[in-house]
Design a protein around this ligand. Structure first.
Ligand SMILES: NC(=O)c1ccc[n+]([C@@H]2O[C@H](COP(=O)([O-])OP(=O)(O)OC[C@H]3O[C@@H](n4cnc5c(N)ncnc54)[C@H](OP(=O)(O)O)[C@@H]3O)[C@@H](O)[C@H]2O)c1
Length: 271
């Protein structure tokens, strides 16, 4: 078994597969990667000559990657992470993308001297349009943070926070956020259908409008509020809709309550 790959990916399902796809499309050399995953690359559809190990027991004892990324389900971590404790001698940084698993829980499994980065990505990472937010413990070096930044830049934007408690609102805004946007598409589609549009047309109008508006908001320097005001003529159709959406029980209050609920849930689930 070859053992010199600097980047080890443990778990290659939906999110691990998205990361791997991003790394391969963004110039990371196949020979720099090793995947540890019981199903191989079968779940991902990725065709590659990367070394894949189905059982971590097959890794050499002197295996010493620079970075070990855990992309397994949170409930699998307690049994999976300790298997990689012995590879600490090479000074790897351990990165976890598991929702709700704190840095302290990894320190318990790997030792207080381990360099740990907790990252919250989101599902648009699968098309290279995600956003990943990282938070590290004090053992992580600037070079290791830079390496982590490079890895997650391959699947979208990145940001860092210093205070781990902020991972709960981050999870509530960007981790769970894609679901809110999909719901917006669904609701806009249904409203269009109720107003007389054929379903396929309504869905296409909703999807393209959400995608195009998001892209516009990212591309221009104006704030989202300015962009909204620019398309709202007094007494016009947009103003009529916004009177409803921005009313007493409108979207701002609703979104506030939704993010509060998700943040509270994330705090309860964290361990
Ligand atoms: N998907 C998302 O939207 C999303 C967003 C943010 C964060 N995350 C985080 O990403 C992590 C992975 O989620 P996912 O949706 O990608 O899950 P997933 O599709 O189930 O992928 C996890 C993979 O890891 C494999 N695995 C299990 N035990 C393993 C072991 N000992 N060594 C190596 N691989 C092992 C699983 O195989 P089996 O199926 O046979 O167990 C599965 O193929 C989770 O911690 C989740 O919280 C996911």
């Amino acid at each position: 078994m070859v053992d010199r790959q600097p980047i080890a990916l443990v778990g290659c399902g939906k999110m691990g597969g998205a990361l791997l796809d991003g790394w391969l499309s963004n110039g990371i050399d196949e020979s720099d990667l090793i995947v540890i995953e019981p199903h191989g690359l079968e779940l991902t559809g990725i065709r590659s000559n990367i070394i894949v190990v189905r059982d971590p027991g097959d890794l050499k004892t002197d295996f010493s990657p620079k970075v070990i990324v855990f992309a397994v389900k949170p409930e699998a971590l307690d049994s999976v992470v300790p298997l990689y404790r012995n590879f600490k001698s090479g000074g790897p940084v351990y990165i976890s993308i598991a929702a709700g698993r704190t840095i302290a829980s990894f320190e318990r499994l790997l030792g207080n001297d381990a360099g740990i980065i907790r990252v919250m990505p989101n599902t648009p990472a699968s098309i290279g349009r995600g956003i990943s937010v990282g938070c590290s413990n004090s053992n992580v070096t600037e070079m290791q943070k830079e390496l982590c930044h490079e890895l997650f830049k391959a699947v979208g934007a990145t940001a860092w926070i210093d205070e781990e408690a902020l991972m709960d609102p981050v999870t509530a805004v960007s981790g769970s956020g894609p679901a809110y946007v999909f719901l917006l598409i669904e609701a806009l589609t249904e409203a269009g259908v109720r107003a007389g549009l054929e379903r396929q047309l309504a869905e296409n109008l909703a999807k393209v409008t959400v995608a195009g508006s998001g892209a516009l908001a990212l591309e221009v320097s104006e704030s989202p509020a300015s962009l909204r005001e620019a398309v709202t003529s007094p007494g016009g159709t947009t103003a009529a809709a916004l009177d409803v959406l921005m009313g007493e029980d409108g979207i701002e209050k609703l979104m506030g309550r939704a993010v509060e609920a998700a943040t509270a849930r994330s705090q309860i689930l964290a361990k």
